[in-house]
Write a protein that binds this ligand. Structure first.
Ligand code: 48H
Length: 262
């Protein structure tokens, strides 16, 4: 029987998705969260030749970028991170009475970061939630994933596992993966107390710096970037300024590359 167009479309989707998933069950780097820090890290690592995958819980990656400041869809980036915008081909305009600060359209930022990560070779699985981690020899070596609707509806469906050399917790404010590591694995993280210190209130200039400084490995095999790093190490928040998130993604990529080369 001749195949109908409907059948051809369905078969193409099933076979190409199946191949994509199969190809990414063992990776060099698994990024949890397609926010700005995770997407910059994913692009950087993918273009350096590392097999990189991003798991994003929502339908649309981009994290907190889309909403700009209070749903006004503009954000601000400082000059230190301007070269990252340029690298992704994202437009920005210097603010007339605040030299060194650039405003830009948050929809262009979100879509530009997603497109850049994909074009560099990173694979993004959206609508997928990381619900647990896998351990081997006192090191995190995998992520436990499930479909977001399955987790949201609390369906009793067992997950799949992706094996990886390095995990980046780019889950934003809740630092979900490191929370899991602390709570379920009952291990000490590399913080002054061994635990998650918790995000501090708004102090934008300091928060921008600590976001980058706090970007590092917190337990063998797992790094944190962006607001996740700030939550783990007790950093300050900064509102709709995104340069620190972009710079954090770059630093995460550099540190992960260094650890993979060891
Ligand atoms: C899969 C998950 C899971 C999970 C969460 O919040 P994000 O945008 O992350 P960052 O840190 O790169 O950027 C933070 C920035 O957006 C922000 O919030 C700022 C600057 N706030 C300042 C302030 O003062 O408030 O993105 C994290 C992404 C989201 O898309 C989540 O859906 C996703 O991670 N995510 N994906 N499995 N378990 N948990």
């Amino acid at each position: 029987m001749a195949k109908s167009l409907e059948n051809i479309v369905s078969a193409a989707i099933v076979s190409s998705f199946y191949q994509k998933l199969l190809d990414n069950l063992v990776v060099d780097v698994a990024v949890v969260g397609g926010g700005p820090s995770g997407l910059v890290a994913a692009k950087t690592l993918a273009e350096r030749g590392y097999k990189t995958v991003v798991f994003e819980r929502k339908l649309a990656p981009g994290g907190g970028v889309w909403g700009g400041g209070a749903l006004f869809n503009e954000v601000v980036v400082q000059s230190e991170a301007k070269s990252i915008l340029d690298e992704f081909g994202i437009n920005s305009t210097e603010i007339a009475d605040a030299p060194g600060y650039f405003s830009l359209d948050s929809v262009e930022l979100a879509s530009g970061l997603i497109f850049g990560a994909l074009k560099a070779g990173a694979k993004i699985f959206n609508n997928v939630s990381v619900e647990d981690v896998a351990f081997k020899d006192d090191r995190i070596n995998g992520l436990v994933i499930n479909w977001t609707p399955v987790t949201r509806l609390q369906m009793h469906v067992d997950p799949l596992v992706v094996i990886t050399n390095a995990v980046l917790d780019g889950t934003g404010h809740p630092c979900e993966v490191l929370n899991l590591v602390q709570r379920k694995a009952r291990v000490k993280l590399d913080t002054p107390t061994g635990e998650i210190l918790g995000e501090r209130p708004m102090q934008a200039a300091t928060g921008e710096i600590t976001t980058v400084e706090n970007t590092r490995e917190y337990y063998p095999g797992i790094f944190a970037s962006g607001m996740s790093a700030n939550n783990v190490m007790g950093g300050y928040r900064m509102g709709p300024i995104f340069g620190g998130m972009l710079l954090s993604g770059k630093r995460a990529a550099d540190l992960i590359e260094k650890s993979l080369k060891k």
